[in-house]
Design a protein around this ligand. Structure first.
Ligand code: KIV
Length: 291
């Protein structure tokens, strides 16, 4: 398990950890407070999904800051049409596998469809994910989810909110489409402020026009992580299988780039992605929605 089971008993490590909270470096493990600090210092955050120990080890060793166990595993690992069939038990299984090897990256796990339908259900599922090794849970949407975010944060569970295209809303939306265009931009900005007021420490923005994501990023004191949201977010995330150029069986979204073709190996691809996110060259206009 990350940092060892007796970590909290070791005074020396606690001191080092406190120092780390005010000065994060590449070799030290990420913490939740260090994320806002990175935003403040203008350091971009590199995030990818992983679902097993092998890839998690590769991401951790090659400069990825945050690993997401996305419920995208329903599509890319289990072969479903959507993320809706994924269960809490599935998420716990994959969280345990990934957590067993991470040394440095912060581990975020999705609350799957329905697990955040009430604050009580969300708390029960989040406790299972944290006990499996997650350090933050991700929740899609705002609206009634604000109460869920507040309920978890008040109980010491760090939360990442996911706005814009929320894949768990696929039935209502009728497909996977860009969100926040036209009049919907102001609603999205208000939702982003509201999830942060409710306590979210991180906000994923998926399939949002570049200028809207840029405004939201400027509005918020916590980092935004974009996926199809342009270059102005505080960090970027991609689904591992997309980033490796694997055919997911679905139409390839505009924001996906095959980094394996560029990097030549899994390690090379991760390093190329991390470098491109940090220097702001990914995503470029070809991999973003201008409006
Ligand atoms: O499930 C997932 O992998 C995600 C990313 C697309 C952000 O939520």
């Amino acid at each position: 398990m990350r940092r060892g089971a007796d970590w909290v008993d070791n005074e020396r490590l606690i001191t080092q950890s406190n120092e780390f909270m005010s000065s994060h470096t590449d070799s030290k493990p990420w913490t939740v407070p260090a994320l806002a600090e990175a935003k403040h210092e203008g350091r971009r955050l590199v995030m990818l999904t992983a679902y097993d120990a092998g890839f998690a080890r590769a991401l951790d060793a090659n400069g990825v800051d945050l690993v997401l166990i996305g419920d995208s595993l329903g599509m890319v690992v289990q072969g479903h049409y959507s993320t809706l069939p994924v269960t809490v038990a599935d998420m716990v299984y994959h969280t345990r596998a990934v957590a067993s090897v991470l040394q440095r990256a912060l581990l975020v796990a999705d609350l799957p469809f329905g697990a955040d339908a009430t604050p009580e259900r969300a708390l029960e599922a989040s406790l299972q994910l944290l006990q499996a090794g997650a350090e933050m849970v991700k929740i899609e949407g705002a609206g009634f989810k604000l109460e869920v975010v507040r309920h978890l944060v008040e109980r010491e569970i760090p939360v990442c909110s996911h706005l814009g295209l929320t894949p768990q809303s696929v039935l209502r939306l009728g497909g996977y489409r860009v969100q926040g265009r036209g009049d919907a931009a102001e609603r999205l900005r208000a939702d982003a402020r509201a999830v942060v007021e409710a306590g979210a420490s991180l906000v994923v923005l998926e399939c949002v026009p570049t200028p809207v994501a840029a405004q939201i990023t400027a509005d918020l004191p916590v980092p935004t992580i974009g996926i199809g949201a342009g270059p102005d977010c505080d960090g970027q995330v991609l689904v591992l299988h997309d980033f490796l150029g694997l055919d997911s069986g679905h139409r390839r979204p505009k924001f996906v780039k095959d980094f394996l073709a560029e990097g030549g190996s899994v390690a090379g691809a991760i390093q190329a992605y991390a470098a491109a996110v940090r220097d702001g060259s990914f995503p470029d206009a070809e991999h973003a929605y201008a409006s």
